[in-house]
Design a protein around this ligand. Structure first.
Ligand SMILES: Cc1ncc(COP(=O)(O)O)c(C=O)c1O
Length: 430
């Protein structure tokens, strides 16, 4: 057979779209590691902890499940998700309000595909919202939040963008605790945002994938204050350490059931249904229980202690970020070093992270990929580069009400402390 590739013309719909920045930095870090260089992988946003044992056991017991399941998801799982939201978020819902998919990322894509509207994204924001909108061809409206407000969206900022055209169909994304800032909203702040959202009749996509990793364990959902317009996005990827299992959940109010049906129709022609054994195992995760609660207490305790320790080291050396409330991210600002950086011809957040990686082996993600201006010296530091299984086992020997012993972080999370010191040494040496 003749191989004449030059005649093939690929009319790609996603021409010029690069690989997701998170995956890109991970691959680059792996490459440096293979060359024998020490790399601190502070770019990746994956839980360091194992999947809780009872959930793993359920998966094992259900490995034989082989049938395609209902497009919307297994009924007992949808019931467990609805019960979870009724219990945790004081929201009235039933299995009929829930849609299960292979990751919340896929469900977000389907939502934008099915709903013809503008996507409003407060920045800094997670890296995949905007590329999804671009693939589908939806308009994006960015709201640049301010550092002095801990990068949180203010009600007046939301109002300002909505009043430009009151009748425009819109989906507004809110993500809390936030990737990339680790900051969350108080109930009062959510109430105020909900009032604005209701006034302008926008659909809120409330991305609460890190809700259970709120350090105080008291995550509050905006759906409490604007139930009729809020879709809650969740899943087991972050709090249950099961990113690779690929299971996400959307919970809709009755008033948006048309969207759920539309997404289910699109799902039936694309992924059909989410992996059967995973759905059976996820029932256990959403039903919870004392073992899962204990796992979460300890996970939160480790992340909180670690996040605050790194934050303090950086802050005392002039690298600023808001103190984190949850998840495993800090959004750090090297603005105090901008003159020194510029004198070394480091002019963008990408220049900054590339130079840092080359000189210290510390991989951060540049602020630019989270929708921040290229010339702003911001970056996301994710603090998951440690052996989570070992750290969790050690934390389990402490009592829930006690803090972790002094020296715990240095013993179990040492790469984070070493890498943080390397960042400080590097900026000081500029
Ligand atoms: C803010 C945010 N939303 C959604 C997702 C997607 O999660 P899932 O694994 O459910 O697709 C991620 C994953 O990194 C995330 O950080």
């Amino acid at each position: 057979m003749q191989n004449n590739n030059s005649e093939l013309s690929l009319n790609l719909n996603v021409r010029g779209m690069p690989l997701s920045a998170t995956l890109h930095i991970n691959e680059l870090s792996n490459k440096l590691k293979q060359q024998g260089k020490k790399v601190y992988k502070f770019g990746l946003g994956q839980s360091p902890f194992p999947v809780p044992k009872p959930v793993v056991e359920e998966l094992r017991a259900n490995a034989f499940q082989k049938d395609y399941l209902e497009v919307k998801g297994l009924k007992p799982l949808r019931e467990a998700v609805a019960d979870y939201h009724s219990r945790r978020n004081e929201i009235e819902c039933s299995a009929d309000n829930v849609l299960i998919g292979p990751g919340s990322k896929e469900l977000m894509f389907l939502l934008q595909f099915v709903y013809y509207g503008e996507l409003v994204i407060p920045t800094p924001s997670w890296v995949s919202y905007a590329p999804q909108a671009k693939i589908i061809g939806r308009q994006i409206a960015w709201i640049k939040t301010k550092e002095e407000n801990k990068w949180c969206l203010l009600p007046e900022e939301l109002h300002k963008i909505c009043e430009t055209d009151n009748y425009k169909p819109r989906i507004v994304i809110l993500n809390y605790p936030s990737n990339p800032t680790g900051v969350t909203y108080t109930c009062e702040e959510l109430q105020e945002l909900a009032d604005v959202a209701r006034r302008h009749r926008v659909i809120l996509l409330s991305d609460e994938i890190y809700g259970e990793l709120n350090f105080k364990g008291d995550h509050c959902s905006i759906a409490r204050f604007y139930p009729e317009g809020t879709i809650i996005s969740g899943g087991i990827s972050k709090w249950c350490g099961a990113g690779g299992w690929r299971l996400g959940t959307f919970t809709f109010p009755d008033s948006l059931s048309g969207l759920l049906e539309g997404m289910a129709a699109a799902a039936s022609e694309t992924f059909t249904s989410t992996s059967a054994p995973i759905q059976f195992a996820a029932i256990k995760a959403f039903r919870g229980g004392i073992e899962i609660e204990r796992y979460l207490w300890n996970a939160r305790k480790i992340l909180k202690t670690l996040g605050i320790q790194i934050h303090n080291i950086l802050l005392s050396n002039g690298i600023e970020s808001p103190e984190p409330d949850g998840a495993f991210y800090l959004f750090i600002n090297f603005g105090n070093y901008s003159d020194k950086l510029k004198s070394k011809n480091i002019l963008t957040s990408l220049d900054l992270t590339t130079n840092l990686l080359e000189n210290t082996g510390v991989a951060l993600l540049p602020g630019g990929v989270f929708g921040r201006p290229e010339e702003e010296f911001t970056a996301r530091l994710s603090y998951v580069d440690f052996d989570g299984t070992r750290a969790l086992a050690a934390a389990e020997t402490t009592r829930p009400e006690d803090p972790l012993p002094v020296g715990f972080i240095n013993t179990y999370c040492s790469p984070l402390i070493e890498g943080t010191r390397a960042i400080v040494d590097w900026v000081k040496s500029l």
